[in-house]
Design a protein around this ligand. Sequence first.
Ligand SMILES: Nc1nc2c(ncn2[C@@H]2O[C@H](COP(=O)(O)OP(=O)(O)O)[C@@H](O)[C@H]2O)c(=O)[nH]1
Ligand SMILES: [Mg+2]
Length: 310
Amino acid sequence: MTDIPPAENQDQPADFHCGYVALVGRPNVGKSTLMNRILGQKLSIVTAKPQTTRQRIAGIKTTRDGQVIYIDTPGIHLAAERALNRYMNRVAHAAFHEVDLILLLIEAGRWSKQDEHVARSLESVEAPVWLVVNKIDLVPEKSRLLQFLEQKVRTDRFSEVFLVAAKTGDGVDSLENRVKKFLPFSRPFYDEDQFTDRSERFLAAELIREQLMQRLHQELPYSLTVEVEEFKRTGGLIRIGAIVWVEREGQKQIVIGKGGDVLKFVGTRARQALEALFDEKVFVRLWVKVSRDWSDNERALRQFGFDEQN
Ligand SMILES: Nc1nc2c(ncn2[C@@H]2O[C@H](COP(=O)(O)OP(=O)(O)O)[C@@H](O)[C@H]2O)c(=O)[nH]1
Ligand SMILES: [Mg+2]
């Protein structure tokens, strides 16, 4: 590198990298798990169900020599029939154009039509695309993994290929370092103690939704959303009041559970997760309400925070 700026140039320190990196891929490949692993903090919610992440969220990692702003995106999926799903695809695609680098995640041993669709839609993007093969713990034999890459994935489309397991941390350090060194020299964009661009209200709604998605089955996880109505710090306690919106009257009782047991369980688990995140005592109160077919209603989506600006 010959064009390192002089040290007196305050805007471009020669020893500090900073930039934006998007995590993209089809649903369920482990984008949010990877971001949480890198941050060492449970920031973005994770479940075994696809389409858990609905909105973009930045996770900011600041170290001595750099600040990497990872953008976790909703998974790009083919059948986007409802307004919410179309919104999710738009959010994911928008992230392509706002970043210095794109990490395309796939699952070790699996290359599906949806992966191909995402890879294709990245072809016209200006930022370089690196391939991150996640979940290598699921394919322990190296030879099978290499065979998969050779036969199923056209790796020549990517300038770099990484093998990682976000769940165990395998390979994540070296990925992080390569990413950081790749980013331009720049002063940090965020304060060093800031770890996300999202509000505490947003994080609270997400952690509550995560517990609901884990506890409920079939279409219910996709039929609900959480709106935080109250978020107040009083007397050494954070008081959180949230509405769980469902799409139909019949879903309400399932979310409440027999004698309220589902809601109680979810409230307790969410409180524990929120106390771990905020490192403060938390009190959670949940209500369930019906907003008919909200996930296919543009106005309801805006009310619940699914806004293009977010
Ligand atoms: N075995 C294994 N599972 C993983 C790994 N990374 C993520 N997962 C699991 O894959 C599922 C989807 O993860 P998530 O991060 O929500 O995927 P996203 O939809 O791409 O954000 C969850 O059940 C994760 O625990 C990994 O490295 N190994
Ligand atoms: Mg996710």
